[in-house]
Design a protein around this ligand. Sequence first.
Ligand SMILES: NC(=O)c1ccc[n+]([C@@H]2O[C@H](COP(=O)([O-])OP(=O)(O)OC[C@H]3O[C@@H](n4cnc5c(N)ncnc54)[C@H](O)[C@@H]3O)[C@@H](O)[C@H]2O)c1
Length: 292
Amino acid sequence: MKSTYLDDNIPSTPGKFKMEKSNYYHRLRWHYPYLAKVTFWSFVFFGLIFVFLFNSSTISTDLSHKSLKIKSWGGPGWEKRVKSSTKIRSETGYSVIVTGAAGFIGSHVSTALKRRGDGVVGLDNFNDYYDPTLKRARQVLLEKRGIFIVEGDINDTVLLNKLFEVVHFTHVMHLAAQAGVRYAMQNPKSYIHSNIAGFVNVLEVCKNANPQPAIVWASSSSVYGLNTKVPFSEKDRTDQPASLYAATKKAGEEIAHTYNHIYGLSLTGLRFFTVYGPWGRPDMAYFFTTSV
Ligand SMILES: NC(=O)c1ccc[n+]([C@@H]2O[C@H](COP(=O)([O-])OP(=O)(O)OC[C@H]3O[C@@H](n4cnc5c(N)ncnc54)[C@H](O)[C@@H]3O)[C@@H](O)[C@H]2O)c1
């Protein structure tokens, strides 16, 4: 019969079999520390990969859309740009941070403030709710006018605190939001992320800033919801929202009231009706309806 490797190690007297003397066992002993090390480092390696993937997936699901996941701010060069952008050029000028500055209204407001002598810096996450190329083009335009847009999310407390550390803003023009009504069917969380959580984060940072800035922010005519009475009045009821977007704007109004009531924050909400003009939003009806 053909003998095998194992056959070679079977003792002639089974009762006296001593494992430690077999070649097989010696090989195992030689390999064991090596195998243990490989196993240990494999666990460490795969563990690190898991932690990394878990963290990045947390960030991407936290954010409303694909937006910058890599920290793109900080450092002396960055601070210098922020300071230069917020340099006040008029005796009565303010230092203003405009959230949503790469957006339609934000880019116009930033330009107007800069033109009258205010120091202006923007903040925008350049999300892909509509083609970010348009936001980038607005950014280039603002850059030419001496306005720097910081890339970041309004939910990023560390970034907001840093901005308030670098500049003592007198005003916050808060326009960053998830706009649009229909998109809520696709991505409802983006409305909560930007219009509620993000807004609260902005208010928290403002509340803690010294001096506290005055805040002007964008609510919406959509808060009038199912009202049939026209024309609308600020005194009309706003408790029948007809979309998730409207509900988050209405929630924003209540949240603003709370921060004013408890912390004395100065807050002014503007209920914009359909705003249109150059560099407008491609998701709005007027953009693709020729009969308007
Ligand atoms: N355009 C209108 O007709 C209209 C009507 C009523 C209310 N509003 C409100 O006015 C404001 C500006 O609207 P718009 O038409 O310029 O919209 P927009 O989408 O062009 O601008 C919003 C900007 O905010 C940014 N943004 C969104 N979430 C952000 C976040 N979490 N962090 C940082 N940046 C973020 C976006 O990238 C975008 O550039 C919004 O609050 C909107 O709800 C607009």
